[in-house]
Design a protein around this ligand. Structure first.
Ligand code: OMP
Length: 232
């Protein structure tokens, strides 16, 4: 684990006010937040700035996947926004990743650049159905190696793959893991999941957690319960 606050709360809301209501009750010294496609499409960069003004480090999760020039430009603009972390799809290829890295090297405060390997909602059967049969773990390991060589700071993967990736890619490579579900929680659309404690024990650096917190009757109590479980 590379920090004292491994939890990233995924603010997957359709409305800015819902995100801000939750944020008012969170402590920026205890967690980070993620702004993804839903909230960003609604609220845009202004919301990112509002979160940062309140002291939160923001993971901008727009999963860029395009030609190298377009992704590099988007990463540069994300850096201008001052975000802490930004992501892209490793399937965009080594030249796309290298272009993003090269552009970020030109900015004063580059965000961490991480790459999505295989979405945590996908199984081996899903891979076969899109014409890429194979074992999810093998695919994650291959994409992690490609991304690392092309200049990523880390990857997004399921915690189920964290230990294997850590063994190959080493200590400094950041492992960001969604697909987190407290024991007994519903998986929703996630397929490759682990509990928060299992994920940290497997070597994850960051735990991206959305609905187990945001859809709970008492989101703050749900977050506290996860933190308490991790502290044991
Ligand atoms: O890049 C991501 O953050 C991401 C990658 C991935 O493979 N799986 C995944 O679930 N995510 C994001 O992580 C969050 C997980 O949310 P919950 O399933 O509600 O905990 C969502 O905001 C997803 O967009």
């Amino acid at each position: 684990m590379s920090g004292t606050k491994p939890i990233i709360v995924a603010l997957d809301f359709s409305d800015e006010s819902l995100a801000l209501d939750l944020i008012e009750r969170l402590d920026p010294s205890a967690c980070r937040v993620k702004v993804g496609k839903e909230l960003f499409t609604r609220a845009g960069p202004g919301l990112v700035e509002a979160l940062q003004v309140r002291g939160f480090e923001v993971f901008l999760d727009l999963k860029y996947h395009d030609i190298p020039n377009t992704v590099a430009g988007a990463c540069a603009v994300a850096a201008d926004l001052g975000v802490w972390m930004v992501n892209l799809h490793i399937m965009g290829g080594a030249r796309m990743i290298a272009a993003a890295r090269e552009r970020l090297e030109r900015v004063t405060r580059p965000p961490l650049l991480v790459g999505v390997t295989l979405l945590t909602s996908l199984t081996g059967d899903d891979l076969a159905a899109v014409g890429c049969p194979g074992d999810p773990l093998e695919r994650v390991l291959a994409l992690a190696a490609l991304g690392h060589a092309a200049g990523l700071d880390g990857i997004v993967c399921s915690p189920r793959e964290a230990a294997a990736v850590r063994a190959v890619e080493g200590a400094g490579f950041r492992l960001v893991t969604p697909g987190i579900r407290p024991a007994g929680g519903v998986a929703d659309d996630q397929r490759r999941v682990m509990t928060p404690r299992e994920a940290l024990a497997a070597g994850a650096d960051d735990l991206v957690i959305g609905r187990p917190i945001t859809a709970a009757a008492d989101p703050l109590a749900a977050l506290r319960a996860i933190e308490a479980d991790l502290a044991v």
